[in-house]
Design a protein around this ligand. Structure first.
Ligand SMILES: [Zn+2]
Ligand SMILES: [Zn+2]
Length: 248
C-alpha cells in the first residue's frame, strides 16, 4: 500500500495534491468547520466576510477609501516611500488573520491554494509594473530554519505559478534578526528594521522592475526598507504586492 502511495505521489505534484484532498476532509481556515472540496478553504459564512480590495484606493500606498475616487492619501503626500505602488488583495480582518496564522505558524500549506484563488479573483492590479523579478521579503536565516519555509516565498509561488523563473529568493537577504514588528509603534518599527536587508549582487538588479511580495502590509515599514535597499542598489522601480492589508 505504501508503494502505491509513493508511486502516485511521484507521478506529479498535481496528483499528490488531489490525493491529499481526497484523503483529508477540507476544513474552513477560520472556523474549522468541515466543508466540501473547494479551491477556497472557507465555509460560506466565513467567505462572505472576506473583503476584496477595490477602488477607491490611494494610488500610491493602496490604502482603502470608503467613498470617492482613487487619489493620493494624506500620508503619501508627506511620506517618502521607496516603492512606487503597494497593492493588496484583501483586507486584513479577523478571518484573514486567522487563515494567515494557521498557514504561517500552523504550517497549513493547503491555505496557499485559497490565497492563489484570491489573486485570481482579484486579478493583477493593473498599475503594478511588469516585473523583471519577483522578490519575496526575506526571513533571517535562523527564523527560516526554525519555520522551515518563508511564507512570502510560498505566496510568490502561488501568486505567480507561471513565472517561477522570475521569483528570486537569493537576491535580497535579511542580515540581522529583528524582533517581530507586531506591537511596535511607527518609530520603533523603523528603528527595528533599519539596515536589516542587503542585496547580494547589485549588478543583477540594475535598471530592473521588481515586485516585492509579503503576507501583510501593516504600516509599510518593512516593505519600504526592502524597497529602499533595492532602489539604492540600482533597481529602477519596486512595487509591492501583499496578500492582505491592515486598515489604518
Ligand atoms: Zn468558516
Ligand atoms: Zn497612500
Amino acid at each position: 500500500m505504501k508503494t502505491i502511495f509513493r508511486n502516485l505521489a511521484e507521478k506529479g505534484k498535481h496528483l499528490k495534491r488531489s490525493l491529499a484532498d481526497l484523503c483529508l476532509p477540507c476544513r474552513c481556515l477560520n472556523c474549522n468547520e468541515e466543508i466540501a472540496y473547494s479551491r477556497v478553504l472557507f465555509c460560506h459564512k466565513c467567505f462572505e466576510k472576506i473583503e476584496f480590495i477595490e477602488e477607491p484606493i490611494c494610488n500610491c500606498c493602496g490604502s482603502v477609501f470608503s467613498v470617492g475616487k482613487s487619489h493620493i492619501c494624506g500620508e503619501c503626500l508627506q511620506q517618502k516611500w521607496y516603492f512606487t505602488r503597494a497593492r493588496s488583495l484583501v483586507i486584513y480582518n479577523e478571518i484573514v488573520a486567522r487563515a494567515i496564522l494557521s498557514f504561517k505558524f500552523g504550517g497549513k500549506k493547503e491555505a496557499l491554494k485559497t490565497f492563489r484563488t484570491f489573486k485570481e479573483l482579484s486579478g493583477m492590479p493593473e498599475d503594478i509594473a511588469h516585473a523583471d523579478f519577483i522578490v519575496p521579503v526575506p526571513l533571517h536565516e535562523k527564523r527560516l530554519r526554525k519555520r522551515g519555509f518563508n511564507q512570502a516565498s510560498l505566496l510568490a509561488l502561488s501568486f505567480f505559478p507561471k513565472e517561477k523563473d522570475k521569483i528570486k529568493n537569493t537576491m535580497l537577504f535579511r542580515k540581522r534578526k529583528t524582533i517581530p514588528q507586531t506591537g511596535l509603534d511607527g518609530s520603533s518599527r523603523r528603528k527595528n528594521i533599519k539596515n536589516a536587508f542587503w542585496v547580494k549582487d547589485p549588478e543583477k538588479i540594475k535598471g530592473k522592475n521588481i515586485i516585492l511580495i509579503d503576507d501583510v502590509f501593516t504600516t509599510g515599514t518593512t516593505v519600504n526598507e526592502c524597497a529602499r535597499v533595492l532602489v539604492k542598489s540600482g533597481a529602477k522601480r519596486v512595487d509591492v504586492l501583499t496578500l492582505a492589508r491592515a486598515e489604518r
